[in-house]
Ligand binder design. Structure first.
Ligand code: URA
Length: 217
């Protein structure tokens, strides 16, 4: 199992202070996994338990992994942001009462930059066969704002990735090494558009094919 060094965890917690986020979830998995998954940010269940992808989206993800005979333990799971970004909203109860509760929201660019050193470290130190980005947040963190999952999903891309230029700056620069990346949709995409399921299934089959070809000798 790969472990983020304690100083980086401390740095990540410090850099995200003051943003409306909660909890802290480290990446999880082996150092030479078949796949490194890069998501968006933890949701409520993940933030409570400190484990990535254990909520509803995590169940969908486990199903996709199973279609190519992979289990959670064989992949490294991480995300652009490690704390759960939330937003207070009012919710009307059945009895008409109004309560306030926290809802998930996508992370902001500032939050992504706050946790960039953590993902940078993982990208440098974990050697997967292929990086699979789940949704636009993970994809754009690696390949920049121009990259979109709708245009790039299902393709194998060999490209440098963005990393933070320095701890004092909010700009990225390109890595010298190239990485093998396969973008696909976030597993939660099937909840708001069920037709995404077919696309996701095809993408995961492509990922499986790529792994088969790369490991055949
Ligand atoms: N979405 C993510 O990106 N990560 C999780 O751990 C859960 C949902």
């Amino acid at each position: 199992m790969f472990e983020l060094p304690d100083e980086l965890v401390k740095l990540g917690k410090k850099r995200i202070e003051g943003f409306p986020v909660e909890g802290f979830v480290k990446g999880r998995g082996p150092q030479t996994p078949t796949i490194m998954l890069i998501g968006e940010a933890p949701g409520e269940n993940e933030a409570v338990e400190g484990i990535p992808f254990i909520g509803r989206a995590g169940n969908e993800l486990a199903k996709s992994l199973a279609t190519i005979n992979l289990s959670r333990d064989e992949v490294y799971m991480t995300s652009a942001v490690r704390s759960r970004p939330y937003l207070w909203k009012e919710k009307k109860m059945r009895n008409g009462e109004i309560t306030k509760r926290k809802y998930n929201r996508p992370p902001t660019q500032q939050e992504i930059i706050a946790h960039a050193p953590l993902l940078d470290f993982e990208l440098k130190n974990i050697s997967p066969l292929v990086i699979v980005t789940l949704g636009n947040v993970g994809l754009q963190r690696l390949l920049g704002k121009e990259a979109t999952v709708s245009e790039m999903h299902g393709q194998i891309i060999k490209h440098p990735v963005q990393h933070l230029a320095s701890l004092k700056e909010s700009v990225y620069k390109w890595s010298t090494e190239e990485y093998i990346i396969m973008p696909t949709y976030h597993p939660a995409a099937v909840f708001y558009r069920p037709s995404n399921r077919d696309i996701l299934e095809k993408d995961w089959l492509n990922i499986g094919e790529y792994i088969k070809k790369s490991t055949a000798f």
